[in-house]
Design a protein around this ligand. Sequence first.
Ligand code: FES
Length: 107
Amino acid sequence: MKRLVCELETLEKARKLRIEIEGKPLLITYFEGAAYAMSDICPHMGGKLSDGVFEDGKIVCPVHHASFDVKTGEVNERAKILFMKLPTAKAKVLPATIEGQKVYVDL
Ligand code: FES
């Protein structure tokens, strides 16, 4: 079901937003003129992705620094504790669209 998540102008300024819909925390990002959505819960150990650094289309989890592609959810860098790289699953992405001045996510 397609749901309105925010105004485009708000997302363009913020570049990343945490939005909660029906109890589901989502990370909404703006990159190269498009909007992307993924679960805001890190698939590694539940870190809050929206608190991480967002750069070049990648979000870095603030807890163990796993890095995910916001377009696909693919893992760019696995989670790390000290020098150990840990198994890290892909992040869950949802379809996001910009229509007019509004951003929608398909839940
Ligand atoms: S909780 Fe996100 S990398 Fe560990």
